[in-house]
Design a binder for this molecule. Sequence first.
Ligand code: AKB
Length: 333
Amino acid sequence: SIPGTLSPSWWKSCPVPCPGAAGSHRTRRGDRADRVLGSEKRFGKNNVILSDIRKPADNVFYSGPFIFADILDYKNLREIVVNNRITWLFHYSALLSAVGEANVPLARAVNITGMLHNVLDIAAEHNLRLFVPSTIGAFGPTSPRDPTPDLCIQRPRTIYGVSKVHAELMGEYYHYRYGLDFRCLRYPGIISADSQPGGGTTDYAVQIFHDAIKTGKFKCYLRPDTRLPMMYIDDCLKATLEIMEAPAEALTMRTYNISAMSFTPEELAQEVQKYVPELEMSYNVDQVRQAIADSWPMNFDDSNARRDWGWKHDYDLAELVTTMFSYLGSDSR
Ligand code: AKB
């Protein structure tokens, strides 16, 4: 299978969030199963359905419903929505930036056809609240990079970025034209201990932890001074649920930047060396990913999200690294 493609969607069939269970992502710094269970507690067991075209990994404990769903199969999606009385859809299927450049036709099929023809139409037809993630990759070399505001020139030079701008614009068009409740966040590079890197340009910031623990060496494919916005997974999930739960009247726009921190490989390595002092960093620049990174925001301006629905991150660089090592275990070498 291709890394980074057709990752799970969440479908939520309960319109009433269960109060009191909010914030379960902070109760234990665990893996994705905890977070899914957190959402089960929050929304009610059986009200959150995970889907993929692959079986969940054996080490993912998840007792709630898990179903096969292929976003390229319109009829299959429609059946799922109708049979389960779905109300909210979180649409995560996408090929990321680097892997998208390696397979443009597949990236077009998954990121554009799946999104445009299937997910948007089904959401509009069945009155769903639809979440689609966008990315720092929706900006390009002619966008202001430091910081990058919500509204500015967007001329990305990757199929991934083009497909995400397309998704933003189509979602907003459906919102204004047909009243679709479309909500979208532009994610920075997301870092988590339980997902393997998946064909993105920001992957080095996940791989460094695994390599530091396993071999004490890390060869980075980006230059040491390449600054990119990043975020720990728990902040990403928190923001996603927050925007989905925000009252419509609080949203002055439908696509928001969100940010937590920005760092370079050099800065990350210094922080990692506090846990693995002997870490040997070397650099072997991959021209494709370097060119992508050089066209992306260095710092992300998320002031609109902070003002409109109270976005606030919990994890800075130091907290991120501590959490990654507490999960992966720096002493497990
Ligand atoms: C990628 O590197 O392609 C993704 C992203 C920033 O959207 N992680």
